[in-house]
Structures are given as C-alpha cells and as structure tokens.
Design a protein around this ligand. Structure first.
Ligand SMILES: *[C@@H]1O[C@H](CO)[C@@H](O)[C@H](O)[C@H]1NC(C)=O
Ligand SMILES: *[C@@H]1O[C@H](CO)[C@@H](O)[C@H](O)[C@H]1NC(C)=O
Ligand SMILES: *[C@@H]1O[C@H](CO)[C@@H](O)[C@H](O)[C@H]1NC(C)=O
Length: 294
C-alpha cells in the first residue's frame, strides 16, 4: 500500500512525529537502553539469560566457566553506569566485576570488583586504577546496604580532570589529574566497558584464603540499565574530541566534587573504607606520589 493510498502527506507525517515525541518522550526512550544497543556477549554465552526484553541480564558462574559482556564501542571519556545485584548467600571467591579497560599492551583500567564473602561476613567492594600499565592502587569499602538483595548503581565519571567512582550518587573515590598523576600516569587510552562474573578463588576473598564452595553453584549476578554516556573513540587512536566541553561530563562543574559531594565523600570514606593502598606501609614504605595529593 502506498503512502498516497493511506492518505499520508509529508505534513501529516510531521504531525505524527511531533505527537510521538510529546507522548513518548524520545530522550527518555533513548535513555532506556536495552543490552543490544550498547553491549555484546563476550564470554560464557550459555551461562547468560536475558529478561525484560533485554533490559535485564543474568550472568552465571559454575566450576567450569563464568560469563561476561562488553560494550561494542571504546570510549575516550564519559560517564559509565551499571545497575548491579550481586550473588546472594555464600559467594566466597566469586568476583562480580564492572570495569573499563583499554585492553592491549601498556594499558589503562578502572575497576569495581565485589570480592565475594561467606554468609555473615563483610561484603567488600574493591576499586583500582591502572595508568600506563601500573596498578596496585587498591582501595576497599564496606557497604551501607545489602547489594545482594537490591539493584544499586555503580558509576565512573572520567574526564581530563578527575575520575570519580560512585555508588548510587555517593562519590567513594576520586583520582585526580594533577601535577604528579600527570607524570606517573592518568588514564587517557580509549577504554571498553566490561562486566563479568568469574572465579577469583585464588585471590579475592581474604586474599584467597577463603575458598569457593562449589556446591552453591551456579552463582548468579544481575544487571540492568545499559545506557552509556560516552565519547566513542577508536581503541588505538585516542579521539581528542573526547575532551571537548560539548560533552556534559567534561563541563566545568564535573572537574571537581562540589561541596555537597565532598561532604558525602569524606563521610563515606571515614565510615566505610576498610583498606587503602596509600596507607599500607607493608606494601609501600613511601606512599605512591598520587597519595600525597588527595
Ligand atoms: C524527557 O525525558 C528526559 C529524560 O528522562 C527528561 O529529562 C525530560 O524532562 C523529559 N521531557 C519531557 C518533555 O517530559
Ligand atoms: C524501558 O523499556 C521497557 C520496554 O519497552 C519498559 O517495559 C520499561 O518500563 C521502560 N523503563 C523506563 C524506566 O522507562
Ligand atoms: C558448602 O555448601 C553446602 C550447601 O550449602 C553446605 O552444606 C556445606 O556445609 C558447605 N561447605 C563448607 C565447607 O562450608
């Protein structure tokens, strides 16, 4: 049937589009991204389930394999978020990871990693920053809610001034691009967004002393909200346009925490942070230079 037969003229098509936009709020629709829009399965396909028309994903881990997914694109800056519900009951040795990674060679990487726990023991979330291939910047925090019973947001802000790790809207870690980090390294390579559920039993829980009880497998983690606010970049050739203030996350009010954020940051670190590489004298007799700047 031709458009003529249906009685459509260009102007009525316009009207339909305008009405559609008013009623369905296109910006809201595009923010409600499904998995396929931004991500693809990378590992353990037969251990992944999709719910809610691709708006929720379940990863599984058993003794023979874990599973994971990654963004289709690499990004040169952005604001990256994931809604996560981690495995419940005994998850010792089971690592739920949400991270950014430039992947090849001397690499940059930003990590959120749940380290697994026996029931009744603390649930620990570790963060790390790699720049120019150098990591060893672990910090660990306890949580003020149960991450096994509800979804919470975990987020990275990454611009040329600071990297901020958030839990929901609370900043828990800041890595600044200042004089010293400028010399030793600040992540600048294009990175991919990666999510995985994997067997970390040789290192994760109590440094590997608490082992996975495989009779509780399969372990399952759930993910929602596959929207990405990022500046796409070729993985090998950083896109300098990604530093432009035309992107909201590069604008001046994202160059440092505001007073309100600083207050919640100080508060959460005082109450919940339970390990900081900056103060680990056994590892670093002299604190790494970036620690003196914070
Ligand atoms: C459309 O949705 C966006 C994102 O949720 C929201 O910020 C905006 O106010 C909405 N616009 C209208 C006209 O409702
Ligand atoms: C997102 O889209 C799904 C499927 O179309 C819909 O069921 C859900 O209510 C939407 N969520 C929001 C927050 O708009
Ligand atoms: C492993 O889990 C099973 C099933 O929950 C339980 O019966 C057993 O006692 C656990 N073993 C250890 C060593 O905790």
């Amino acid at each position: 049937m031709s458009t003529h037969q249906m009685g459509f003229r260009p102007r009525s098509l316009m009207m339909v589009l305008i009405l559609f936009e008013v009623f369905f709020n296109i910006s809201a629709i595009s923010k409600n991204a499904s998995f396929d829009q931004n991500y693809q399965v990378t590992w353990g396909r037969d251990r992944i389930l999709f719910f809610k028309h691709g708006r929720e994903v379940q990863l599984s881990l058993d003794q023979s394999s874990g599973s994971g997914f990654a963004s289709n694109a690499y990004y040169g800056s952005g604001f990256f978020q994931m809604k996560i519900k981690i495995p419940d009951r005994d998850s010792a040795g089971v690592v739920t990871a949400f991270y950014l990674n430039s992947n090849v060679g001397v690499h940059d990487e930003l990590d959120f990693e749940f380290l697994g726990n026996r029931p009744g023991k603390d649930i620990v979330l570790q963060t790390n920053v790699f720049a120019n291939g150098l990591g060893g910047r672990e910090q660990r925090t306890l949580l003020w809610f149960d991450p096994t019973s509800d979804f919470h947001y975990y987020k990275f802000l990454w611009n040329q001034h600071q990297i901020v790790f958030y839990i929901d809207d609370i900043p828990i870690r800041v890595y600044k691009n200042e004089k010293v980090t400028g010399v030793i390294g600040y992540p600048h390579r294009a990175m991919q967004v990666i999510v995985s559920l994997w067997d970390g039993s040789n290192w994760a829980t109590d440094g590997g002393k608490t082992k996975t009880n495989w009779s509780n497998a399969p372990f399952q983690a759930h993910f929602q909200d596959f929207h990405i606010d990022g500046c796409p970049s070729n993985p090998n050739i950083p896109n300098k346009d990604c530093y432009s203030t035309k992107y909201w996350w590069n604008k001046k009010n994202y160059w440092q925490l505001n007073r309100h954020q600083k207050k919640s940051y100080d508060n959460v670190r005082k109450k919940y942070m339970n390990y900081d590489y900056c103060t680990d004298k056994n590892r670093y007799h002299i604190p790494p230079p970036e620690c003196l700047e914070e």
